[in-house]
Design a binder for this molecule. Structure first.
Ligand code: XMP
Length: 516
């Protein structure tokens, strides 16, 4: 069995919502992949797509430097769906005309459907109308030969079109965004009705196929994996272990900068519930030594990063010749995003840089086709505990970058105690899973307070909680005052050495999520 017998290929023209198209399709249990619009026709053909989607994008088809995909894709005998810019490109490549619209259409619009088959199967014609989401400055002015209109909106006489004989459809609106209430129906009609896909891509089938792939690649070789206690590395370990059992060895490096109890549930799970070979290295002293007297944030990050590589290499060497390194790379890190006039997001990577190159090992990346929520689903399917699966992201340098200034054993202890209270209160109130991250930061100052009858001069804890989709941008969480109040009074009462708590109300950008 090949891993994806049916797949929808999305050509990316730089829209901010291209990833959503892939997710919406995968949610319908059909595999979908994103490639840049520059993908050579031969490669596209070799992928044997069941359907092709041309995404939206910020350009105008008439710009000198407009992104143009090979028009030969219309001759592959494969259904094509054009979305927004993709719709306009399809029209122009097929002989129609697109022009700058007098009125930009942006936001919600009402769609009137004239044709209730194809992508609009199951829907009704006017007087019914459907809410869709538009975002375009150009619009189709003249249909290409063979095409006919299937829906209109206030400002778009050709809001949706179809070819009368060939399986080409195009929509000016964005079916992938939630504001398009019929978006999922439109995509479903395209992938099942027009492309003829079957809903067979499930986590279960993904596991079976991936297990086989890993077995084939590894043979009787040895694999190592750095287990961090985070979701991605835990799922990688569980997946690879499912495939090759004790040919996998995981190395967990305790750098002494973890949250209280962090990683424990993962370590417990793997040691108690599986026969995974786990090397648990306690390197707390080593890391604290390396950080002694260091206050500069970048210097701290570097020392923690290099320290990790050093320890990991030492341990790995003891295992003899190991050919493979398993790593939790996810799909968003893999997609060659179309950087278009600087508008595409720039993703910063915080991975353990350079490890695979240094160690000259082959990589095994079983998650490289998955989005984060799919990784969680996979983890559950592989039997990992919920608590581990829904853990908030935690930075590699750990509490080291949440202690402003020098990292010492004493300051770590203060931060850990405060941090535990934040987590307990977030979990108890049900907010832990509603926010992206929530944590405490220890500031490098002391302030005056009064306790009992006495003056105090003690530490300040900053509370940070943010909402985010992908950590690229974030906003501070609007936590209820009651929760803020409770966290504050508990920290001040329970953590010796702290007499003040402040809440961070900055968004990213211009701030960042972590303080260092
Ligand atoms: P910033 O502070 O850049 O953080 O807004 C964005 C996201 O990345 C996490 N982060 C890291 N993760 N190693 C990691 O594995 C790092 O060095 C690192 N620095 C920040 C941060 O927690 C947030 O989720």
């Amino acid at each position: 069995m090949t891993i994806h017998s049916e797949k929808i290929i999305i050509l990316d023209f730089g829209s901010q919502t291209t990833q959503l198209i892939a997710r919406r399709i995968r949610e319908q249990k059909v595999y979908s992949e994103i490639h840049p619009y520059t993908l050579p026709l031969e490669q596209l053909k070799a992928m044997n797509p069941t359907g092709i989607v041309l995404s939206g994008g910020p350009a105008s088809v008439y710009d000198d430097d407009a992104p143009i995909s090979d028009p030969g894709l219309f001759e592959l005998g494969v259904p094509v769906l054009g979305i927004c810019y993709g719709a306009q490109l399809m029209m122009v490549q097929q002989g129609g005309r697109v022009e700058r619209a007098e009125h930009r259409e942006f936001g919600k619009a009402e769609l009137n459907i004239d044709y209730t088959a194809g992508i609009f199967a199951g829907m009704e014609t006017t007087p019914s109308h459907y809410q869709v989401w538009m975002s375009h400055g150009d619009r189709i002015e003249e249909l290409a030969p063979g095409f006919t209109v299937t829906a209109t909106s206030g400002h778009s006489p050709y809001a949706a079109v179809r070819h009368e004989e060939r399986p080409f459809v195009a929509v000016q609106f964005h079916p992938e965004v939630a504001h398009t209430l019929i978006g999922n129906d439109v995509l479903r009609n395209f992938i099942f009705g027009i492309c003829g896909c079957k809903p067979e891509w499930t986590m279960h089938s993904f596991i079976d196929a991936t297990v086989q792939e890993i077995k084939d690649k590894v043979g009787d070789g040895q694999v190592i994996c750095a287990l961090s206690g985070g979701v991605d590395s835990s799922v990688v370990a569980a997946m690879v272990h499912r495939a090759i059992g004790n040919q996998l060895t995981c190395i967990y490096v305790n750098n002494g900068l973890m949250r209280t109890g962090e990683s424990k549930s993962i370590i417990d799970f793997f040691t108690q519930k599986t026969d995974l070979q786990l090397i648990d290295v306690d390197a707390e002293e080593f890391f604290l030594g390396r950080l002694d007297g260091i206050s500069d944030p970048e210097e701290k990050r570097k020392r923690i990063g290099y320290g990790f590589i050093e320890i990991f290499e030492q341990e790995a060497k003891k295992l003899g010749k190991v050919k493979f390194l398993a790593q939790g790379t996810l799909y968003p890190d893999v997609i060659e995003s179309v950087v278009f006039r600087g508008k595409a997001p720039i993703k910063s990577h915080h991975n353990v840089g350079g490890l695979p190159e240094r160690m000259a090992m082959e990589l095994i990346e079983p998650l490289r086709e998955l989005f984060k929520d799919e990784v969680r689903e996979l983890g559950l399917e592989l039997g990992l505990p919920e608590e581990a699966i829904y853990r908030q992201p935690f930075p590699g340098p750990g509490l080291g970058i949440r202690i402003m200034g020098e990292v010492t054993g004493e300051r770590l202890q203060i931060l850990r105690q405060a941090d535990v209270i934040v987590l307990e209160e977030m979990k108890d109130s049900g907010w832990y899973r509603k926010v992206w991250q929530s944590f405490a930061v220890l500031l490098p100052i002391q302030t005056v307070g009064v306790m009992g009858d006495g003056r105090t001069y003690e530490h300040v804890i900053a509370l940070r909680s943010v909402d985010s989709r992908d950590a690229m941008t974030a906003d501070w969480s609007r936590l209820p005052y009651e929760i803020l109040g409770k966290i504050s009074s508990r920290i001040i009462n329970e953590v010796r050495g702290v007499n003040r708590v402040v809440y961070d109300i900055s968004s990213k950008p211009p701030s960042t999520i972590e303080w260092e």
